[in-house]
Design a binder for this molecule. Structure first.
Ligand SMILES: Nc1nc2c(ncn2[C@@H]2O[C@H](COP(=O)(O)OP(=O)(O)OP(=O)(O)O)[C@@H](O)[C@H]2O)c(=O)[nH]1
Length: 627
């Protein structure tokens, strides 16, 4: 019998993928993208070359190649359904940008350049709107309605492209299927939770959506400033007031699914540990309940939610084993029904009735990667929705009963059209890193705003012994990181600068190299925000959660020891994970790390094993001496 050849995990994965494709009836080598809105294997097929002389409308049509209308009852596979569409840049443009990264000497930008006003991003009242569902009547067939929706959507895109050049626009969602999911969630929800990442909330807040929900739908909108563990409390409070002033109808709630323990800011990496099942202690559920109580004004009985929060708080203070028991009991008691559904295209009368059957439906909407699924898990107290650092993980909306009278609805992440700088868009985590063609300038953008070289303890590639080199370009940073991590190209064993750049961007998206944007005027009013009474409140709350996390972490310290993985494996896994979205992996950030100039205490995310969230803070990649 011939001897078996060794078979690596990667080969095995590829074999499984090919098998899946064959099952779906696709020829080998042609990768499908169904339910994989961001797999890197789509990189080639999904980019649209905008460099040739195609007319703009043809380009738009290509970008917006929609799924064929499916006949009722036809359940066949539709390869275009959840595909992400990206514009593909020309080779010349990519070369030009690469040259900039190799030559432009980086300078720290003035503090005021870290400020961003929403008007610069969205131009309120302009064509930078979001697509709305066109009017329909009972006389229309389902197919007529779908055709009408598609036409409206094409007109919407052409309106944008006739006003702005593609190069002026940031990447935005071109798949009508995903917008349909939003329509459905908006229609079925009584309260809309617009979730934003507190590091850059103006990028994640569409004024057009605010207007639509509050003025046309006449529903209430809660703005969640999420991931507050990644920003200094004073900045959180400044953003809160910024939104309250500009959008008077929003209710602002600060939230984090992973309140963390503080860590030495000079330590960007620590070993990442896998976690066991446990209960999450999100920070913010009480405030969210309070906002919902204010909005519903007694029309829905929210006492079950209140009791749940109290129960969760009590069990969070129990020793680990007791709290596990409690959790199991609780699961039996809480009404956690999952209706994973795919009915966004259904024709239905949007119900005008609020709080139908005495149930409050809360719809979680927002950009990809802002933490919508984690927030749902945080509210529930353990994992019910899978979480991933790769944007576009949630494909279609899902609903869960948090309690018998509170239903949560998780919508896939949507990127609204805006004028945000592409580099910033990449750093804000809404673009799958594995699909970025030119990552170097985004690294340069980051380095102008936080001291990456110092945080990563990099040695300049041209530095001579005893003569430190201080003039860095983006390429130098990537090269130095490749050298430090030992990233080499397969053929020539040169420093793999592309991989290093991607690695740096992942650290930024995760918050381990943390860039926080600020509201206009923040630099001059920083002291005022630092002494604001709400700042002290947030800091105290964070401290209380940190203390609890530290205690739980110490309790489980010993048994977790052996689960620490090696840094090299970790990186490879991360690469693979981006490369194959179909592998469902969940992750969650952990404790704080050095976060650059703007955020003193940051939190490096960590991945979890499939299972429930733990409240402990175990974290990150490497020991300090390893980076
Ligand atoms: N530091 C920190 N990270 C968070 C928090 N919430 C979520 N994350 C991380 O952010 C990433 C995205 O989280 P998800 O919950 O999957 O985000 P999502 O908005 O549902 O993403 P899509 O499925 O792309 O729409 C994951 O790496 C999470 O671990 C938080 O409160 N703090």
């Amino acid at each position: 019998m011939p001897r078996k050849r060794p078979f690596s995990a990667k080969q095995k994965k590829k074999q499984l993928q090919d098998k899946r494709e064959r099952k779906r009836g696709l020829p080998d080598g042609v990768r499908s993208s169904s339910n994989s809105r961001s797999g890197s294997h789509e990189r080639r097929e999904d980019h649209t070359d905008t460099s040739d002389s195609e007319s703009l409308s043809l380009q738009v049509r290509k970008l917006n190649q929609q799924p064929a209308v499916r006949r009722l009852g036809d359940r066949s596979y539709d390869p275009n359904r959840y595909r992400l569409h990206f514009e593909r840049e020309s080779r010349e443009e990519l070369e030009r940008r690469k040259k900039v990264a190799q030559e432009k000497i980086l300078e720290p930008v003035p503090e005021s350049e870290k400020e961003l006003d929403i008007q610069d991003v969205y131009r309120s009242g302009s064509v930078l709107d979001f697509p709305k569902r066109p009017p329909w009547s009972y006389q229309m067939s389902k197919e007529q309605l779908l055709v009408r929706e598609e036409k409206c959507f094409r007109d919407y895109l052409e309106g944008i492209y006739s006003t702005y050049q593609p190069s002026q626009l940031s990447y935005f969602e071109h798949n009508l299927e995903t917008w349909r999911q939003l329509w459905r969630v908006l229609e079925m929800s009584d309260i809309i939770l617009l979730i934003t990442d507190v590091r850059h909330p103006v990028i994640n807040f569409s004024p057009a959506l605010y207007d639509f929900v509050t003025k046309e739908m006449r529903k209430n909108l809660i703005l969640v400033l999420n991931k507050i563990d990644l920003a200094p409390p004073a900045l959180v409070v400044a953003w809160k007031h910024y939104f309250q002033t500009r959008f008077p109808q929003v209710h602002v709630v600060c939230f984090t699914s992973y309140p963390q323990q503080s860590q030495d800011p000079s330590t960007v990496f620590k070993k990442r540990r896998k976690r066991r099942k446990g209960r999450s202690t999100a920070m913010g559920p009480e405030q969210l309940l309070h906002a919902c109580e204010t909005i519903t004004a007694g029309k829905v009985d929210l006492s079950s939610w209140k009791e749940k929060i109290e129960r969760d708080a009590a069990s969070a203070h129990l020793p680990a084993e007791d709290s596990d028991e409690e959790e199991d009991d609780d699961e039996g008691a809480a009404v956690l029904v999952e209706h994973q559904t795919d009915v966004a295209m259904d024709v239905g009368v949007p119900s005008q009735e609020l709080y139908k059957d005495g149930v409050l439906t809360v719809g979680c909407v927002g950009f990809p990667n802002v933490g919508k699924s984690s927030l749902m898990n945080g509210l529930v107290g353990h994992k019910v929705v899978s979480v991933s650092r790769t944007p576009g993980h949630t494909k279609y909306f899902q609903t869960y009963f948090l309690t018998p009278t509170v239903r949560l609805c998780d919508c896939p992440g949507l990127i609204f059209p805006s004028l945000v700088h592409r580099e910033l868009q990449i750093l804000s985590g809404i673009y799958p890193i594995s699909q970025i063609q030119e990552p170097y300038n985004a690294v340069g953008y980051l380095a102008g705003r936080i001291p990456i070289q110092a945080l990563l303890k990099l040695r300049h590639p041209n530095a001579e012994e005893g003569k430190p080199e201080t003039r860095w370009c983006a390429w130098d940073i990537c090269e130095a990181w490749a050298e430090k991590r030992g990233y080499k190209t397969a053929k020539a064993a040169r420093n793999d600068v592309y991989r290093a750049a991607n690695s740096i961007l992942r650290l930024a998206v995760d918050g381990r190299l943390c860039l926080c944007l600020r509201p206009p005027g923040y630099s001059t009013q920083k002291a005022m925000w630092e002494h604001h009474p709400e700042t002290a409140e947030i800091a105290a709350l964070q401290e209380a959660h940190r203390k609890h996390s530290r205690r739980s972490s110490e309790e489980e310290e010993e048994e977790e020891e052996e689960e620490i993985s090696s840094s090299g494996e970790e990186e490879d896994e991360e690469k693979d994970r981006d490369a194959d979205e179909e592998e469902e992996e969940e992750e969650e950030p952990a404790a704080s790390s050095g976060g650059g100039s703007s955020a003193p205490a940051q939190a490096p995310p960590r991945r979890v094993l499939k299972g429930k969230l733990s409240s402990r803070n175990l974290f990150a990649l490497l020991g300090e001496d390893e980076c």
